[in-house]
Write a protein that binds this ligand. Structure first.
Ligand SMILES: [Cu+2]
Length: 380
């Protein structure tokens, strides 16, 4: 369904034709000079960068759009390729995100698919196992990602994606998190939650080095992980963050589960996010609503990893939700329609959408919503 969104069109893509792409020759951003040692583009002129970015845009536009299947109940979509949302261009930016069809949303890159962000949005289901060892690879790479229409950033990634992979374990499991630093900057993996200070991840892992963090997954809850190398705001802001779900023994009741991480992109290096995103791509869930079954429980694992802003928040339209702060309880702490989170704070939200339709969500700081953090749940 390619036509413009309407409130009674919950299944379709919410935008009409992709807006006209603009690639303006924005001023060279401060702090983004070409002398960075890991900058692959060092030998390219600004003109070359823009030209190559334009070519990549053509390639992306040639991609397919979406199917209309309901995302399977609690099924992981980990097989979705990360490559889908890695732009082929180089670092450039329009510096001003384009408005969406309602004038209140930055547009995602054209050519993405409904399942482009599936691997970082739909967690693998609770598997019932306890007391096992679970291994994850959070190797750090640098790559260019198109994060908004015409906006390609030079990102640092855990295992190739922003956010990084969803880690999931049951309380008491052993977690082995391997990190190979494949960039020319130091990085590391700092886990929230409880663990030995020897495994806290504040020590820089030098370029080319590797380390395996070994911790017990505890306490049950929702915890972020992120790079903790100085300058921290840049290392998190360039993409080194992700979600770790620690299930209580026995798990939680069945629900359609979604991870939403609020983050941003300081595209021009001015200490301000030109784009604000859920799960790394501006406007993605505005274009591709998160489909959930009518009348069935929905559980949102919500994290605020937005740098350069004192707080973030999540507001759901037309329905209220239970809040379990940090996910560290089995019963809700409050019931509301808006929750505010400082940086690093997180919560589990639980709700049911009782009738078919679109239910909007966004940060209630509307200047953040306007920069790409509008989204929809579509109850179908
Ligand atoms: Cu880092």
């Amino acid at each position: 369904m390619d036509g413009p969104a309407t409130p009674d069109d919950p299944e379709g893509r919410s935008t009409g034709d992709p807006p006209e792409r603009r690639l303006t020759d924005a001023p060279e951003p401060p702090g983004a000079s070409d002398d960075a040692p890991d900058r692959e583009t060092a030998s390219l002129s600004r003109r070359d960068i823009l030209r190559r970015a334009s070519y990549s845009g053509v390639a992306v536009l040639g991609g397919g759009l979406l199917g209309h299947e309901l995302i399977p109940h609690r099924h992981a979509a980990a097989e979705a390729s990360h490559e889908h949302y890695v732009g082929g261009g180089l670092v450039t930016s329009t510096g001003d995100a384009q408005p969406g069809p309602y004038g209140h949303a930055a547009a995602p890159p054209p050519g993405l698919r409904e399942d482009t962000l599936a691997a970082v949005t739909h967690p693998a289901p609770f598997d019932g196992r306890q007391g096992v060892t679970r291994s994850y690879d959070l190797s750090v790479t640098q790559r260019q990602i198109e994060v908004g229409d015409g906006v390609v950033v030079d990102a640092w990634t855990y295992d190739g994606t922003v956010p990084g992979p969803i880690i999931r374990a049951t309380e008491g499991d052993a977690l082995r998190i391997h990190m190979a630093n494949r960039t020319s900057h130091a990085h590391n993996v700092h886990l929230h939650g409880r663990h030995s200070p020897q495994m806290d991840g504040w020590e820089p892992i030098p370029p080319g080095a590797e380390f395996t963090y070994e911790v017990v997954a505890e306490p049950f809850g929702l915890h972020p992980y992120h790079c903790h190398t100085a300058p921290l705001a840049e290392h998190v802001g360039r993409g080194l963050y992700g979600a770790m779900i620690v299930d209580p023994p026995g798990g939680r009741p069945d629900a359609h589960e979604v991870v939403l991480i609020l983050g941003g992109w300081d595209v021009d290096g001015d200490g301000r996010n030109e784009l604000v995103c859920w799960n790394g791509i501006a406007g993605f869930f505005h274009t591709f609503p998160i489909k959930v079954p009518v009348g069935e429980p929905v559980r949102v694992y919500l994290l605020n990893m937005l740098e350069y802003e004192p707080v973030g928040s999540f507001h759901l339209h037309a329905q209220t939700f239970d809040v379990i702060r940090s996910g560290t309880a089995l019963e809700p702490h409050e019931h509301t329609d808006t929750i505010t989170l400082g940086q690093g704070e997180r919560a589990i939200l639980e709700f049911t959408l009782p009738e078919p339709g679109r239910y909007m969500f966004h940060p209630h700081q509307h200047h953040l919503a306007d920069r790409g953090a509008m989204g929809w749940f579509a109850a179908i």
